[in-house]
Design a protein around this ligand. Structure first.
Ligand code: SF4
Ligand code: SF4
Ligand code: SF4
Length: 346
């Protein structure tokens, strides 16, 4: 299958330092994508009619990159998505976004107090940008960009979710996409609101949220409450790839950087997985390589074991990292909570 969706991490640095950020477990220093690497990505896009969607996002804040403003107009004919914390958007940037973007996703996961505790900044500046973008969209007579809130649900902010649905309705936001917390350190690990069999309090919260969403006419996407048998890697299923700020071609967000995660309380080292670098090889040949094609096929055909509900989990030492599993896959996706739907990305 051709590559259809391309995540471009313009930078892995950020102007914030959120309490729940994956970057907190990184060992490597953040960096900006080089102009040469970005030019290779743009070149690939221009020659790839089947590539439909570009996502300016990643683990970092795209608007902090020196390449950002040029990137907005660098992918003509593609559906452009931006994920942003929304804290540093001036009127010029918002006007350009209204012109070029199909979807803008703002991280809004709490009302004033919870937002401040999680993100270390004020919500009101973000909301001002959301309102302006909505107004610029209307002024241009367009129904795009669609605007979404991304809400990372945890004990830290659960009570605010119904009010954030109201906020979405009041500010012209189309959808609230809720994702569970994937803790990066032991301190955050107890804050998750999912487990193997579901938590009754989370179920009650979901009922309230669904009711509020229906009343206010906002679409809300909620993640599962419990571990389901079904697995779907949205990256493989959507023929997507992630080019990180180094230019490395990675299969997904989870495998885009070295880091740590806590899977149902178990600490796990996650290793970056790269099938090549766009500065050295064409993205086309990396995508079509035997190794990358084989990796995607394994996921699409569900030929990998499942650690979270395995009877041997307690005694298995392969779950301490993502290097391999008992079916001889390397790297291993056997413990991935993204494929279970707990975590979501645009
Ligand atoms: S805005 Fe995103 S990338 Fe930046 S610190 Fe927060 S979670 Fe991390
Ligand atoms: S299953 Fe998970 S770790 Fe594996 S490629 Fe998909 S999102 Fe990444
Ligand atoms: S690697 Fe295999 S044996 Fe070990 S926990 Fe996962 S599924 Fe079970």
């Amino acid at each position: 299958m051709p590559l259809r969706k391309l995540y471009v991490e313009l930078t892995s640095s950020c102007n914030l330092d959120c309490a729940i950020c994956y970057r907190r477990s990184w060992t490597k220093a953040p960096l900006d994508m080089s102009e040469a690497t970005f030019a290779r990505v743009v070149e690939f896009s221009a020659c790839s009619p089947e590539l439909r969607t570009i996502v300016l996002g990643g683990i970092g804040e795209p608007t902090s990159s020196p390449l950002f403003m040029n990137a907005l107009s660098a992918f003509p004919g593609k559906d452009l998505t931006l994920t942003t914390n929304g804290t540093d958007l001036d009127d010029r940037t918002l006007t350009e976004l209204a012109r070029y973007a199909k979807l803008v996703v703002f991280s809004v996961d709490g009302m004033d107090d919870a937002f401040g505790r999680i993100r270390g900044t004020e919500l009101k500046g973000v909301l001002e940008s959301v309102r302006k973008l909505s107004a610029f969209r209307t002024a241009l007579g367009k129904d795009t960009p669609r605007i979404e809130f991304q809400f990372v649900l945890s004990v830290l902010n659960a009570g605010d979710l119904p009010d954030v649905v109201d906020l979405a309705a009041d500010t012209g936001v189309n959808t609230v996409v809720v994702s569970h917390l994937l803790p990066q350190d032991a301190a955050n690990s107890p804050y998750v609101l999912y487990n193997r069999y579901g938590k009754p309090t989370t179920k009650t919260l979901y009922e309230r949220v669904r009711l509020r969403a229906m009343r206010r006419g906002v679409s809300v996407l909620l993640p599962p409450l419990e571990l389901k048998t079904e697995r779907r890697c949205s990256f493989a299923a959507e023929d997507a790839v992630f080019v990180n700020a180094d230019g490395n071609v990675c299969p997904c967000y989870r495998f885009s950087h070295d880091g740590t995660e806590f899977v149902f309380g178990r600490e796990k080292r996650v290793r970056e997985v790269s099938f090549g670098n766009v500065a050295k090889e064409s993205l086309d040949s990396i995508w079509n390589s035997v190794s990358f094609g084989g990796f995607r096929r394994t996921l699409l055909e569900n030929r990998y074991p499942s650690c979270p509900d395995c009877d041997l989990l307690e005694g298995c030492d392969m779950t301490s990292d993502t290097e391999s599993d008992c079916w001889a896959n390397s790297p291993s996706c056997a413990d991935c909570l993204w494929a279970r739907g707990f975590m979501r990305c645009p």
